[in-house]
Ligand binder design. Sequence first.
Ligand code: SAM
Length: 290
Amino acid sequence: MAYLASPKATKEIIEQFQFVFQKRFGQNFLVDANILEKIVQAADITEEDFVLEIGPGIGTMTQYLCESAGQVVAVEIDRMLIPILNDTLSEYDNVEIIQEDILKADLYALLQKRSHNRPIKVVANLPYYITTPIIMRLFESGIEIENITIMVQKEVAERMQTGPGSKDYGALSLAVQYYADAKVELLVSASCFMPRPNVDSAVIKLTRHPKPAVEVNDEKLMFQIIRASFNQRRKTLVNGLKNASGLSFSKEQVAAALQKIGKPETVRGEALTLSEFAMLTNELSRNIGE
Ligand code: SAM
């Protein structure tokens, strides 16, 4: 079995297939076996598991996943990589390669139907610009995913773990904390990739809570409120939420709801914790339909 996790093996495959790296797809392939072993270990993958790999590239991490998991489905957007994956993964009979944009994929068909009730885990070395939409889609799909172990830009990993008072605190922090427990598993230097990215990376593991961290009457409304608050970070909540797109609360309604949860009228969204956003949503949702 020819393993790809080295600069030499990766270079050989790239030359053999005359593959041209596509910047627009964020293609930086891992070439460090030690890091790959640690990622697979962090993801807690067993033979029972059904694993979705997003963006397998030439299949470097997929090889490790196939050796640990029961079944792997690998979704790759770049059609030029499909013949390469068919070659590099030819010895495994527990992998399905799908050419598709994960942001457009039917997650129910991809995961729920294929998994046959096995625990679902997601592993990815993601292109950085699609980190947030992918995580949100996976969580909001309602599919029971046990954990998501992903390589992200170091700053994004920090953003997922932070709370009020940090400049990195935002909608992503709140979404991750609502759905999951986030833990940075390892930091990865640019030299572990080919070509080298301009940023440092981190592997973060998101373990889904059995039920969301806070109780809220209207989850969708809470995330609309959160997004609206951070879209206009510098405004007070009273000013940020009135007339925000998709919301129809008056200044007075927001002020009254804030008062009910013990917050001043001048408070900004960035000062509220997840449970305060939930309380605010519960207060505001009483106004809908009144
Ligand atoms: N997993 C490989 C590795 O670790 O070496 C490749 C990682 S590379 C950072 C990101 C991969 O995601 C590339 O193969 C890229 O073509 C693929 N990709 C980018 N956008 C995608 C999308 N929307 N859906 C599926 N795959 C995508």
